[in-house]
Write a protein that binds this ligand. Structure first.
Ligand SMILES: CC(C)(COP(=O)(O)OP(=O)(O)OC[C@H]1O[C@@H](n2cnc3c(N)ncnc32)[C@H](O)[C@@H]1OP(=O)(O)O)[C@@H](O)C(=O)NCCC(=O)NCCS
Length: 228
């Protein structure tokens, strides 16, 4: 009788996936959000009209509004995504001029201001790491695989696989050479079904980036039908 191989036992394999329901801390607020599988939202995070892709996580105290966030993003404590721009051209920058309803009856919220804010949404790609206290300004797009340094203020789009730092954020260096970045973008491993991810995880840790790409490009894994 052959040795028992748990990796080939269907009942064992069925157990390899943990519960994918998002974990949202009770002190977090997620109004109008779409939240993917395996997402973690830590304590005191406030999200408003945000789509968060599968496996992405917000650490304590983060805040995002009117944003789309890809899969596998790591968002450090106290990050601000789409930091509100108060109006600069009115008599006051104070919210009395756009949310007077908070103080007075018969003085409604300024819908044009809210609509303009929604239109300046932020897009964060897949596999983006945002360092502690970083601020991403309205209308910015951050490409797949980019890294935002701690305390950066990102005022312009960030190209894929680029590390930016500082105030205002400037490219520090590419994360990979252009050919490797292009191969990763084509592989789009973040869209693989969880069965494939389960198999690939040891290689993510153990292989060099070149060896990983050589092996997994040759295997040509399918994309998941789930785009969450
Ligand atoms: C941006 C970052 C990823 C760069 O890492 P790295 O490539 O290993 O960078 P190095 O330490 O080699 O530093 C390279 C240069 O960038 C500078 N630098 C690094 N991080 C910086 C930052 N956040 N802001 C400004 N400058 C920074 C360094 O001083 C150094 O400058 P020099 O060449 O003039 O000496 C990293 O420094 C960072 O900010 N990580 C985020 C950490 C964090 O917030 N973790 C929270 C837990 S999720």
């Amino acid at each position: 009788m052959p040795d028992y191989d748990p990796e080939n036992d269907p009942s064992h394999l069925a157990l390899r996936f943990r519960d994918g329901r998002p974990k949202i801390h009770q002190s977090a607020s997620t109004k109008g959000c779409r939240i993917g599988e395996h997402v973690e939202i830590a304590a005191r995070v406030t999200l408003r009209d945000v789509a968060v892709g599968a496996f992405s996580y917000f650490e304590t105290g983060g805040e995002a509004a009117y944003a789309t966030i890809g899969k596998f993003c790591s968002i450090a404590p106290n990050v601000r995504i789409n930091a509100l721009a108060h109006p600069l051209d009115r008599v006051t920058t104070h919210k009395i001029a756009y949310r007077p309803n908070e103080y007075f009856r018969w003085r409604p919220v300024d819908h044009a201001f809210i609509d303009a804010r929604r239109a300046a949404s932020v897009t964060i790609g897949n596999d983006v790491w945002i360092g502690q206290n970083a601020v991403i300004m309205p209308g910015v797009t951050v490409g797949d695989g980019a890294v935002i340094g701690a305390n950066a203020v990102v005022t312009k789009d960030v190209a894929p696989y680029t590390i930016v730092t500082g105030v205002p954020a400037r490219p520090l260096r590419p994360r990979f050479d252009p050919a490797t970045a292009a191969r990763l973008a084509a592989l789009a491993w973040w869209d693989w079904p969880r069965e494939t991810l389960f198999d690939a995880v040891p290689d993510m840790a153990e292989l060099t980036i070149e060896a990983f790409l050589d092996k997994w490009e040759a295997l040509q894994p399918s994309r998941s039908t789930s785009r969450k």
